[in-house]
Design a protein around this ligand. Structure first.
Ligand code: ATP
Ligand code: MG
Length: 358
């Protein structure tokens, strides 16, 4: 409509101006060319001029209004379809269908960005929802075992099968301790995964930090007769939160200890590699199956459920470690040639000195 009005206004103006100015200019030119003032030929030529002007204007106006209408109708339809799709998809997402996605409209960058932003939003919601579901099911699974033990013990006491003596209380206590640990772990892992970890970054020597963590754990290693040592060539400065990084190392060390039989060796190395600070914890223990390697950092993952539940691991030590390392802008990887061949955990952290010079 707007386009048609615009064209009409243009055409009417052109027509008015042309019919006032055109004929007199035409008339003057004809006189100059030598036509007689009152010849009928002159009248005819002037009439022809006026008619042809009118027809030309009419046809031009008609075609341009038609074209404007067609183009506008086509474009409006496309915009309507695209925004309609966006609205429908957004409504779907709002109602909980997080897998709904918008296709690229081809209407230009702004439209495409609107689509991709909504898609990103849906992706995030989908991830959060999946994590929430997984967490809830993991949690139910984890709570069931200690609760079942408590119930079983209480039933046995009630039925007179077991006396409520020291050993029963010990079993009950170990189950409640397990529940308490689980609660603490869950709090820690959710803090870590929501990236609410507050890091107090200071410049510190990773080699010294590793040596301290190893010294703290030395007693446990001695008790199991597993050798442990730190290997480094001089200080390796990095900007880390010493407490958190110690937590990562002690997680890695306690895992290595747990999975290495007596007589084995665990070694920690700290060095600069390719402009990064690299800490490695290497053991020659039972190793990790190739199929389990990608899973060890997953929440509640344990490769040997029966035994480790007995030994008390929740399977979140590495999940927390990974969150901490990633919060430092680093990476943690696990490698192992397979069962019986030992495992290697590698933590790579950005090297502050390398960063500032590059
Ligand atoms: N050094 C290692 N050698 C062999 N397997 C390992 C080693 N470190 C970790 N794993 C495997 O990865 C799993 C997950 O480790 P993670 O530290 O997350 O949990 P956990 O040690 O079982 O329990 P938590 O650390 O919560 O007490 C372990 O249960 C084990 O199966
Ligand atoms: Mg662990």
């Amino acid at each position: 409509m707007a386009q048609a009005v615009l064209l009409l206004a243009g055409a009417v103006t052109t027509w008015i101006v042309a019919s006032f100015v055109g004929p007199s200019i035409f008339h003057d030119h004809l006189l100059e060319a030598g036509s007689a003032h009152d010849s009928t030929q002159l009248d005819h030529v002037e009439l022809a001029f006026r008619d042809s002007l009118l027809i030309a204007m009419g046809v031009a106006l008609f075609t341009s209004v038609l074209t404007a209408w067609l183009v506008t109708a086509w474009f409006t339809r496309r915009v309507q379809q695209s925004t309609g799709a966006v609205v429908t998809t957004a409504a779907d997402i709002a109602s909980g269908q997080y897998d709904a996605r918008i296709d690229a409209s081809g209407l230009g960058t702004e439209f495409d960005r609107m689509g991709s932003t909504i898609n990103e939003l849906a992706g995030r919601l989908q991830d959060t929802e999946a994590t929430r579901r997984r967490l809830l099911s993991d949690l139910g699974h984890e709570l069931r075992t200690p609760l079942a033990t408590v119930e079983m013990q209480l039933d046995a006491v009630e039925d007179g099968i077991r006396p409520l003596d020291g050993s029963t209380v010990d079993v009950l206590r170990s189950s409640t301790a397990r529940l308490r640990r689980l609660a603490d772990d869950i709090a820690a892992v959710s803090r870590a995964q929501e990236q609410r970890l507050e890091l107090r970054l200071v410049s510190c020597d990773l080699a010294e930090l590793a040596a301290r963590v190893v010294a703290d754990g030395a007693g446990a290693f001695e008790g199991k007769q597993v050798r442990v040592g730190v290997d480094h060539r001089g200080p390796v400065q990095a900007r880390v939160d010493p407490q958190r990084m110690s937590q990562v190392l002690s997680n890695l060390l306690s895992n290595a200890l747990r999975h290495t039989p007596s007589g084995g060796t665990v070694s920690v190395s700290v060095e600069h590699v390719d402009g990064a600070c690299v800490i490695e914890v290497l053991d020659d223990g039972e190793g990790i199956d190739a199929e389990h390697l990608p899973l060890v950092f997953e929440r509640f993952f344990r490769s040997d459920h029966a035994r480790e539940r007995h030994e008390g691991g929740s399977g979140i030590g590495l999940t927390i470690s990974r969150s901490i390392v990633e919060a430092h802008g680093g990476q943690i990887r696990a490698t192992s040639i397979g069962r019986g061949a030992g495992s290697r955990f590698t933590v790579t952290l950005p090297d502050p000195s390398h960063h500032s010079t590059s």
